[in-house]
Design a protein around this ligand. Structure first.
Ligand SMILES: *Cc1c(COP(=O)(O)O)cnc(C)c1O
Length: 426
């Protein structure tokens, strides 16, 4: 459930009309709902109520400071995958001892930054990373708390580009190498094993792959403890899918996921960490856009929008489905079929093909749904299109939480080298 609903024929975000926001900030613009973010966080947390897990929101899904600060106030931790995200999380008020650092390619500088911040744990993804982390921590006279991200080789049954737990994916340590790497941690002086970590993919719509992976991890915890390693917590990653309104498989409810986790863990005495991203933020945001033109091609009718693939890349990158909702509620049951496209000079700048919609006209406002996660964060300035603003709604208030980038700022980031400042040839 989200808080983007019609009121008297106008689409609202909580108690604010999207027409009013469009008038104030222009389009395209991302609009986030505080109440929806909070609701999703609480629903997820309550699914594990007796276990009191640490919920480390996956910052990469939506890293706006206002989003992070909203979740920080609810007690969220953070899962970060870069030094930049670490800085964002700390700046938004997430306590350092609730931050875990994931990712296959941490640099020396990032390790140093995380060690001096005093994060909860490094989710280590290779022996080479472990060696470097031990050296960096040793240099600083510190000991790094580590969990090994294991690759359970299960099929998450999701889109190939967001599957991470198969043997052929770059993520995690191969099952066959897990014993050796924990042995190595025990032998090294400046790393300490505190847990184990798994994350098998994103937008999972079935419980079975989680179940298989978690069963393997539970066995592994028993095995590692028997070998003398102190495994205090297990990090079960993120990945639970959300409904995108595409009529495809409905993802399991968080409560069912919670029940499955509790059953999988049995009486394993372990602190729990989760890293949900999409589930918290995905349906808490929309991309507000305007129809520029309706164009009748030979074979298709195109609705050309002012938003494009540089603003919202998911359809081009993952063939992702997004719903389109007119901001002014249609007064007719008539429908037309459109291809929804942006102005960027790429054929892949297509949000939807052959989509049934109420009849549309130039100037009409549309909400592109489910654009709270993996949306604004992936935007670029391709075609010299400035980054669009982000707006946070809270009840009857709204605030611009990232300004629209100006063309001056965008182009001003380039410099012309001295040798081009001399006189030209003609
Ligand atoms: C992306 C990612 C997540 C979040 O995944 P969602 O599908 O958004 O819940 C969690 N953990 C790791 C390591 C990730 O890379």
């Amino acid at each position: 459930m989200d808080h983007f609903v019609y009121r008297d024929g106008i689409l609202f975000a909580e108690d604010v009309s999207l027409e009013a926001i469009a008038a104030a900030v222009g389009t395209p613009a991302y609009i986030y709902s505080t109440a929806t973010l909070e609701r999703h966080f609480r629903v997820f947390r309550d699914a594990f109520a007796p276990l009191k897990p640490l919920i480390c929101y996956a910052v990469k899904a939506n890293s706006n400071q206002a989003v992070l600060a909203t979740l920080a106030r609810l007690g969220a931790g953070a899962d970060v995958v870069s030094g930049g995200e670490l800085m964002r999380a700390v700046k938004a008020g997430i306590p350092s001892d609730k931050i875990v650092f994931s990712g296959v390619g941490k640099t020396t500088d990032e390790m140093r930054q995380a060690l001096s911040t005093g994060i909860k744990q490094f989710n280590v993804e290779s022996e080479a990373e472990l060696d470097l982390l031990d050296a960096v921590a040793g240099d600083m006279g510190l000991t790094a708390p580590v969990s090994v991200r294991v690759n359970p080789d299960v099929d998450a049954k999701t889109h190939a580009k967001i599957s991470t737990g198969k043997a052929e994916n770059k993520f995690g340590v191969a099952w066959s190498a897990v014993d050796r790497i924990y042995g190595k941690i025990a032998a090294l002086d400046h790393v300490e094993a505190v847990g184990i970590d798994v994350h098998i993919g994103s937008q999972l719509t079935e419980l079975e792959p989680f179940k298989q992976a978690f069963a393997k991890v539970v066995d592994l915890v028993h095995h590692l403890r028997a070998a003398g390693h102190a495994i205090q917590h297990i990090d079960l990653g993120g990945g639970l899918g959300i409904p995108y309104g595409d009529g495809k498989a409905t993802p399991p409810a968080p409560a069912h996921y919670g029940a499955m986790v509790q059953e999988a863990l049995g009486d394993l005495d372990c602190d729990l960490i989760f890293e949900p991203g999409r589930l918290i933020a995905g349906n808490a945001g929309i991309l507000l856009t305007k129809v520029l033109f309706i164009k009748d091609g030979e074979a298709r009718r195109f609705a050309i929008l002012d938003a494009a693939m540089n603003d919202l890349m998911r359809p081009a990158m993952y063939d992702a489905y997004h719903g389109f909702t007119p901001v002014i509620e249609p007064q007719t049951t008539a429908t037309e079929t459109y291809d929804f496209v942006g102005p960027v000079c790429e054929s892949s700048d297509t949000f939807a093909t052959q989509r049934t919609s109420p009849p549309l006209g130039a100037g009409q406002l549309l909400a592109i749904r489910s654009a709270g996660a993996y949306s604004a964060v992936m935007s670029s300035t391709y075609n010299t299109r400035p980054l669009v603003p982000e707006v946070m709604v809270n009840g009857d208030q709204f605030a611009v939480v990232r300004e629209r980038q100006t063309l001056e700022a965008l182009i001003g980031a380039d410099t012309i080298p001295d040798w081009l400042n001399s006189k030209s040839e003609d």
